[in-house]
Design a binder for this molecule. Structure first.
Ligand code: HEC
Ligand code: HEC
Ligand code: HEC
Ligand code: HEC
Length: 321
């Protein structure tokens, strides 16, 4: 009887999973425990659907270490005993063995993976909650696998970034969550590469006087946003849609030709002829056209710091002819 019930239940779940094409998306389906691989398996970015996000299943394991998943102290502040338990949540969430991150001979040795893991913990997990209020931990995004982005299709990837990594999350500090939370300003679309190059900073409070180790993630610029929410596909905000869907792809791909076209097009969005908006944008386009990507990217930061707050307060719904 019990066996029959169980059979029916698992059949039901398989059917749900197959219907969605994404088993990992259905919150009732617990991910199968992942046995650490014997040897480290290098990265594979498989093409295919990118899994959604789910509330963490690690709250219990963290509680056993005396940690509240909603109020995690910075990684560097954990006691050795707490770290030990947290390490097991890492291996389980990411599906890698200890040596997936650590050097064989010394656990204290700094490695590129440790740098990334520490920043994911300190600057992403601690900063985010799911939009519906459920807590976030490594398994929320990783669900037993180190790599889950399909980087073969830039359009699909950007859509995933907008709809999942922005759309499904909120910031615990209550500020508006957007691309800036993770990519910073100016946006760094290869931040993992950047994170690998230097030791992960410890967390210090925001109001400590200037220091290299300021609290991350950087805060999006304050000020009113009208409308406050542009919708899951930026339907309400044409320029945001263009920035997210085109400009960020061209930038991530270091595609000078597309970036030049995009920056010329942004110039046409200028809402006020008295603004230097159009000239900033066209100078960026000219730099991209002569192959000077660093100079072209300066136009992002210049325009964002000069005009983004005003745009967000008054022009968000504006379209260009
Ligand atoms: C996803 C990457 C990752 C995995 C997998 C991982 N660790 Fe760690 N480990 C870290 C990071 C990051 C730190 C540094 C914490 C800090 O900065 O205080 C750390 C710290 C440690 C430390 C303390 C030394 C130090 O640097 O503070 C020990 C011991 C340790 N890990 C053991 C393990 C063991 C045992 C496993 C397997 C069960 C494991 N780790 C799996 C990332 C990882
Ligand atoms: C909000 C989503 C999210 C959360 C939460 C998250 N990560 Fe990640 N992580 C990512 C994404 C996206 C990537 C890039 C994956 C890819 O390249 O396919 C990544 C990549 C990584 C990598 C691989 C870096 C490399 O290329 O070698 C490590 C290690 C990692 N994360 C550790 C962690 C740890 C540890 C936690 C929890 C403390 C965590 N992440 C939480 C989104 C997340
Ligand atoms: C919760 C954190 C998070 C948010 C929010 C987020 N991203 Fe990402 N994004 C990542 C991570 C992690 C990577 C992997 C970076 C790397 O490989 O260095 C990534 C990679 C990318 C890439 C580069 C992919 C490649 O392979 O070249 C693009 C483009 C991108 N994001 C665009 C966006 C846009 C646009 C937004 C806002 C709509 C956004 N992201 C919001 C975490 C985030
Ligand atoms: C001439 C002005 C201007 C230039 C140049 C410009 N932007 Fe923007 N960008 C904006 C404005 C204004 C917004 C805010 C749109 C909104 O929120 O409605 C924005 C928003 C964005 C967003 C969306 C942020 C989010 O989380 O919603 C991304 C991503 C972005 N820009 C990337 C870039 C990149 C990369 C470049 C440079 C290659 C660039 N922008 C150049 C004006 C500009």
């Amino acid at each position: 009887m019990g066996g029959l019930g169980q059979l029916a239940l698992s059949f039901g779940l398989v059917a749900i999973g197959a219907g969605l094409g994404l088993v990992a998306c259905a919150p009732e389906v617990q991910p199968a425990p992942v046995a650490p691989a014997a040897t480290y398996v290098p990265k594979t970015h498989a093409p295919g659907p990118m899994a959604g996000v789910r509330p963490t299943g690690m709250a219990g394991a963290l509680a056993a270490a005396g940690l509240d998943v909603r109020q995690l102290p910075p990684l560097e502040q954990l006691t050795p005993a707490q770290k030990q338990r947290v390490m097991r949540t890492f291996t389980e969430s990411l599906g890698v063995p200890c040596l997936g991150c650590h050097a064989e001979d010394a656990f204290v040795a700094d490695t590129r993976r440790k740098r990334i893991a520490k920043r994911m913990y300190n600057e992403m997990v601690r900063a985010l909650t799911l939009r519906d209020g459920e807590p976030v931990y490594c398994d929320t995004c990783h669900d037993g696998t180190m790599y889950m982005l399909d980087r073969h299709d830039a359009t699909k990837l950007t859509k995933h970034m907008s709809e999942t990594l922005v759309g499904q999350f909120a910031r615990v500090d209550g500020r508006v969550h957007d691309c800036t939370t993770c990519h910073g300003e100016p946006p760094d679309y290869h931040m993992l590469t950047t994170w690998k190059t230097t030791s992960a900073p410890d967390i210090v409070p925001v109001d400590t006087p200037a220091s290299a180790n300021v609290m991350s993630p950087p805060l999006p610029p304050p000020g009113p946003r009208v409308p406050a929410d542009c919708g899951p596909r930026s339907e309400g905000c044409p320029l945001q849609r263009y920035m997210r869907g085109w400009v960020s792809i061209a930038t991530a791909n270091d595609d000078e030709a597309s970036l030049a076209i995009a920056l010329d097009r942004i110039a046409a969005f200028s809402p006020d002829p008295a603004w230097s908006w159009a000239s900033v944008s066209r100078q960026g386009a000219a730099a991209a056209r002569r192959g000077d990507l660093a100079e072209a990217k300066k136009s992002c930061e210049t325009c964002h710091s000069l005009y983004r707050p005003a745009w967000r307060a008054s022009y968000r719904t504006r379209t260009v002819p």
